[in-house]
Design a protein around this ligand. Structure first.
Ligand SMILES: *Cc1c(COP(=O)(O)O)cnc(C)c1O
Length: 339
């Protein structure tokens, strides 16, 4: 069996390979990615939310990324990356590490373009997400107790076999694809004042910075869990060091290691970055269902919690909150609702 690729010097604590281009994408790249995304995925609705609009005395819209076929925004990036992948990688296939939604995105894109996919997931991964990855035809390898351990296994696999390692952030094509959500918002609601974005690896927030932040007179505010603040500390202090605490219940945001390409974009363009406590996130998640019948996973409900905490500043404004994903485990959701 052929060996994998040798890693090259990395700008952060993750492993990158010679095929990784570490140049951040531009708004022009997003415009180009739109053609791919439009071809393979439906445009997502932007819907006014009556509960949050009344609660904040503002015009609040939800960008329903949960209506994408994987139930989360990341598939925009997976499809864009695999659609533009060098054909040399088609045969051996792709490997990625994920707590779930990045894995679903890569698996979905692999199925669309007929490329084999292996996903390394932490041992305690959300079973609903693992099942979905398998449904999209991915091979699953359980490795380690959290995202970063699964990531190290995926990086190791990519040196053993000639797989194309799909990094969850240091991938310009993936970031450009994710950002197409922002172009849809720009066209539909140019009067927007503030857009919130949850931050784990930073792809989602980078995308809104490259579109809403670049093209409109609007602010993009990043939100991270206070229980997993790796990117927050990197952004505030200007470094890329790992952060040792990572206890969040929002698995979509659970990383200890900040990523170089998204951090470069966010340091330059993100207007503000706030932390919210998981207890506020879980309360917001529950309320979003009770009041608006929208199912969110924790990663996404961080933005609702942040908006509710900033109600003073948001009064009278036009606000967008992306529903970045709906793939909460039945167990977690049931327990929250019965509280
Ligand atoms: C991955 C994810 C996030 C965080 O996005 P990043 O691009 O990693 O910062 C937020 N919400 C959901 C549902 C996710 O899957």
């Amino acid at each position: 069996m052929q060996r994998g690729y040798e890693p090259v010097e990395s700008p952060d604590e993750t492993t990158v390979f010679p095929y990784h281009d570490l140049t951040p994408p531009t708004t022009r790249d997003v415009f180009r990615a739109r053609r791919t995304v439009d071809r393979y995925l439906p445009e997502t609705p932007l819907v006014r939310d009556e509960w949050l609009s009344a609660e904040l005395d503002a015009d609040v819209y939800l960008k329903r990324e949960d209506t994408l076929p994987t139930g989360a925004f990341k598939v925009r990036g997976g499809v864009t990356l695999v659609a533009n992948l060098d054909p040399e990688f088609h045969k051996h296939g792709l490997v990625a590490a994920s707590t779930g939604n990045h894995g679903q995105s890569v698996a979905y894109a692999g199925r669309t373009f007929d490329v084999p996919v292996t996903i390394c997931v932490p041992e305690d991964a959300n079973p609903k997400k693992v099942e979905a990855m398998e449904q999209f035809g991915a091979r699953i390898e359980f490795a380690g107790s959290d995202f970063d351990e699964a990531r190290e296994r995926a990086e190791e696999l990519a040196t053993e076999r000639p797989y194309r390692y799909v990094h969850s952030a240091n991938e310009p094509a993936l970031l450009a694809g994710v950002a197409t959500s922002g172009l849809e918002i720009v066209e539909e609601l140019p009067e927007i004042d503030v857009c919130f974005a949850p931050i784990g690896g930073g792809s989602c927030a980078s995308g809104y910075c490259l579109t809403i932040g670049e093209l409109l007179d609007a602010e993009v505010v990043g939100v991270q869990s206070a229980q997993a603040p790796a990117m927050y500390h990197a952004w505030t202090d200007g470094h890329l060091e790992a952060h040792d605490t990572m206890e969040t219940t929002a698995e979509g945001l659970a990383t200890r290691v900040p990523f170089a390409v998204t951090m470069e974009l966010l340091r330059e363009r993100l207007d503000d970055f706030v932390l919210v406590d998981d207890s506020a996130t879980l309360a917001a998640l529950r309320e979003a269902f009770v009041q608006s019948r929208v199912v969110m996973e924790g990663a996404c409900a961080t933005c609702v919690a942040a908006a509710l905490e900033q109600s003073e500043e948001l009064r009278g404004k036009t606000v967008v909150l992306p529903v970045t994903g709906r793939n909460i485990s039945t167990e977690k959701f049931g327990a929250l609702l019965s509280e």
